[in-house]
Design a protein around this ligand. Structure first.
Ligand code: SAH
Length: 375
């Protein structure tokens, strides 16, 4: 696997205007594409012909409404690469599709398309690998290789839709990587995917999951996008949380819950909490009582109605971590204890149980296989 620095060196400079553009075509906003085309001697309206097609997965040389020379000019000015399907696993149980996608520099990421009654959801990755170091997570085992560009995040939605022929109704940023550790590219992606000239997914149909990057949560709140925030909490006390999530040593539980509270006050969007249940670490009945106390005292001030919803995720056994989920009865006891204390809690249904659909496992296996081949 190579690591091409040109992809991360995000910008190209237009010789005429001196303007900086991202170097991959899918990262360009509609206005940037317009400016780029005009700097290449093309009329402005060309952007209206090209942008919507790009966002449907059509490369410039396959576009029937532009000339070959326009396509050539574009290809020589910017990188025109769509993530390629390297591996595709379809669940026989529920139709979930898991993709291993290849990037222009040979790195791989995972993207999942899930089919729910209320529509199709695509789960996208935001980085190649992750540097957050959570103890239970397969994505972080080899560390972070690099950030994804906005176009590479968008490209996952485009490729999943084009390959499956399915409509995309919702997006969750819950794949490989910590989205708020790649802030600018993620925010650019949010704007691109919401653009009426392109896929146009409403912000209310987008969720972003974070391990608790407080600076990022606060910046995002200030942007004012009405997207849903999911906080990966996984423990009610700093000692346990710091042990399983090193990010907690930088921003502790009280600080992160205060940022969630402020996010809700600023944009009125519900926040959901993810809580991975790890046997022997964070899921006794007493843990549930303390979790409820923590959430109620930190988030509900003066008895107000801060909506608290906890998603309970029995940990997916990852070979390298040796962590196991609790029994079904213990999970149900935990859930009931939260509900008894005024906290809505649901146990996350496992989608694609037969295809290893949870975060990072397919890429991890692929990397291990590639390394073995090279040895
Ligand atoms: N970095 C972001 C988003 C990626 S992980 C975050 O931390 O939220 C998406 C969710 O899957 C997180 O809640 C994460 O904690 C959880 N997760 C990761 N590995 C898991 C595993 N092996 N079993 C259960 N949940 C896991």
């Amino acid at each position: 696997m190579t690591n091409n620095p040109e992809i991360e060196a995000k910008n190209i400079k237009d010789a005429v205007s001196g303007r900086q553009f991202p170097s991959d075509i899918l990262s360009l906003t509609f206005d940037e594409l317009t400016d780029l085309l005009t700097s290449l001697g093309e009329p402005k309206y060309r952007a209206g012909q090209i942008f919507p097609q790009l966002h449907r997965g059509i490369t410039p040389d396959k576009m029937t409404n532009i000339s070959g020379s326009t396509a050539e000019k574009l290809k020589s000015a910017v990188l025109c690469h769509f993530p390629s399907v390297e591996k595709k696993l379809v669940s026989a149980v529920d139709g979930t599709i898991k993709y291993l996608l290849g990037l222009a520099d040979g790195n791989c990421i995972e993207t999942v398309l899930m089919k729910y009654k209320h529509g199709n959801t695509v789960c996208v990755s935001s980085q190649v690998g992750c540097r957050m170091g959570c103890a239970f997570c397969a994505s972080t085992i080899g560390g972070k290789i690099r950030d994804l560009t906005a176009g590479e995040i968008l490209g996952q939605v485009i490729t999943a839709a084009a390959d499956s022929g399915e409509r995309v109704d919702n997006i969750v940023m819950m794949g490989i990587g910590e989205p708020l550790d790649n802030y600018d590219n993620v925010v650019r992606f949010l704007r691109l995917v919401n653009d009426p000239h392109g896929i146009c997914i409403g912000y209310r149909h987008i969720s972003l999951s974070t391990c608790g990057h407080v600076d990022g949560i606060r910046r995002l709140a200030a942007e004012g996008f009405p997207i849903t925030l999911s906080l990966s909490l996984h423990a009610h006390d700093d000692e346990t949380r710091s042990r399983i999530m090193p990010v907690n040593r930088r921003w502790g539980i009280n600080e992160v819950l205060a940022a969630c509270r402020d996010y809700w006050e600023k944009n009125g969007r519900r926040i959901s909490f993810e809580y991975t249940l790890i046997n022997g670490q964070n899921c006794t009945r007493h843990d549930a009582v303390l979790l409820a106390q923590k959430l109620n005292s930190a988030l509900r001030r003066n008895g107000d109605s801060f909506p608290i919803h906890v998603n309970l995720i029995p940990v997916n056994a990852v070979k390298e971590t040796g962590l196991m989920p609790p029994s079904g009865d213990d999970i149900e006891d935990f859930r009931r204890e939260l509900e008894r204390r005024g906290i809505r809690a649901t146990v996350r249904r496992r989608l694609g149980p037969d295809i290893n659909a949870s975060c990072g496992q397919l890429r991890r296996r692929h990397t291990v296989e590639e390394t073995k081949k090279a040895d």
